[in-house]
Design a protein around this ligand. Structure first.
Ligand code: BGC
Length: 417
């Protein structure tokens, strides 16, 4: 074989140390492949993007901002889904608005169902797999007025609504998410009193949580009665928490938080686990309860003040592995108006996912939060989570740089490191 050393020597002499470093780095790059058929995409929810919803419990409340016209995605969904397709997403998670579909108890709005049919059909026509959420934090007014999720009737009402949606749209749904983050909802609406109906209870949060899980179980059976092969689950927000000190109180606090998170998986029927992951905490119980959570010290924080700690996702996935069900990451993302950190955030969290898969976690998809900048609940339009930027005056959409970098990963089904 020809001796290449002299030629290589000449080449090196012509390069600056920096150029040599870049070339070596590129030569050493490797592609971390994800399992075949892995689902890639983004998540959205109806009230956060659709616009024009004026008959749910959020829209009529004076204590929280209103979504108003939001991104007008109810009308511009073709543009939005075409961008998802263009960005090489092969799956998308959206939700339907209960208040649109059932504006009065027992009365279903066929026009709304027709529109959702068009949306799902459009996704299917683009070749995307569909995840459909039935409840993403908002409720019809009639439902809220009869006591909402505190009233046992909620379970039956949710089952009736689920049956109607399944009959009308079921053939277009690949994955069902019955309820989004029941624990978060119960906490924000019934313990902290930040979301409608603004209650600060001690007993009712657990009751609400339990009723939502019961409603999920009923909905699970309803969907399966129409489509025995359906894939049905719910999305749970699971953080990773560590004790700040090794004392018993902090450790007990974590045990309690974990118990609440994983309890749902022991109490329910599900075909897959939907994981929403954003948070990492160091827990320290102090007398001033407001200060009991220390956000990861030493970690970078997002604009929203959430710690960036990709290892937390790895650790949650390793814990979920024990439940022996497929896992789909149904939300993970960063508030980043500058788009300076999103690309690295996605890469680092996906590296954690890849490592967890290598260590046996059956993760089958990743849906980034979110496709678009959107209405972020009690904070209105303050946080920018979108792969696509939305100008809320003109409603013009602009694809962010990070969305292109994520798009390469989706297209390659691999992360190049
Ligand atoms: C919720 C989304 C929300 C996101 C970011 C998640 O817990 O499901 O609706 O936009 O957090 O705040």
């Amino acid at each position: 074989m020809e001796d290449l050393s002299p030629a290589l020597g000449k080449l090196r002499a012509a390069l600056s140390p920096e150029q040599e470093r870049v070339i070596l780095k590129n030569l050493m790059k490797q592609k971390l492949k994800f399992p075949e058929g892995f689902l890639w995409g983004a998540s959205t929810s109806s009230y956060q993007i659709e616009g024009g919803i004026d008959n749910n419990d959020w829209a009529i409340s004076k204590k929280v901002p209103r979504a108003g016209k939001a991104c007008d995605s109810y009308n511009r969904y073709r543009e939005d889904f075409s961008m998802a397709k263009y960005l090489h997403h092969n799956a998308h998670r959206m939700s339907v608005e209960w208040a649109r579909i059932e504006p009065k108890k027992g009365q279903f709005n066929e026009d709304a169902l027709h529109r959702y049919h068009e949306m799902l059909q459009y996704l299917k026509d683009q070749g995307l797999k569909t995840f459909l959420t039935l409840h993403h934090f908002t409720n019809p007014i009639w439902f809220a007025e009869q006591g909402g999720w505190k009233n046992k009737r909620a379970v039956e009402d949710f089952a009736d609504y689920t049956a109607k949606v399944t009959q009308s749209l079921g053939h277009l749904v690949d994955f069902w998410i019955t309820v989004n983050e029941p624990k978060m909802y119960a906490g924000m609406a019934f313990a902290q009193g930040i979301w409608p109906p603004f209650e600060k209870g001690i007993i009712s949060p657990k009751r609400v949580y339990d009723l939502m899980l019961e409603a999920h179980n009923e909905a699970y059976d309803v969907i399966h009665s129409y489509y025995p092969q359906a894939q049905v689950g719910f999305s749970q927000n699971i953080a990773w928490s560590e004790a700040e000190h090794k004392d018993i109180i902090d450790r007990l606090a974590i045990k309690f938080a974990d118990w609440l998170s994983y309890l749902a998986l022991d109490k329910t029927r599900y075909d897959f686990i939907g994981l929403n992951h954003y948070m990492y905490y160091r827990v320290h119980l102090a007398f001033n309860l407001r200060k009991y959570l220390h956000i990861g010290r030493g970690d970078k924080l997002t604009e929203r003040g959430w710690a960036i700690h990709p290892d937390a996702l790895y650790l949650v996935l390793m814990k979920l592995k024990g439940y022996q069900k497929p896992i789909y990451i149904t939300e993970n993302g960063i508030a980043d108006s500058t788009d300076r950190y999103r690309e690295q955030y996605i890469r680092d969290y996906l590296l954690a996912v890849h490592r967890a898969i290598g260590d046996g976690a059956d993760v089958r998809g990743y849906l980034h939060w979110s496709l678009l900048d959107n209405f972020e609940w009690e904070d209105g339009y303050k946080w920018k989570f979108g792969l696509i930027k939305v100008d809320f005056k003109t409603l013009a959409r602009t694809i962010r740089e990070s969305a292109y970098s994520y798009s390469h990963i989706c297209q390659d089904n691999a992360l190049t490191v």
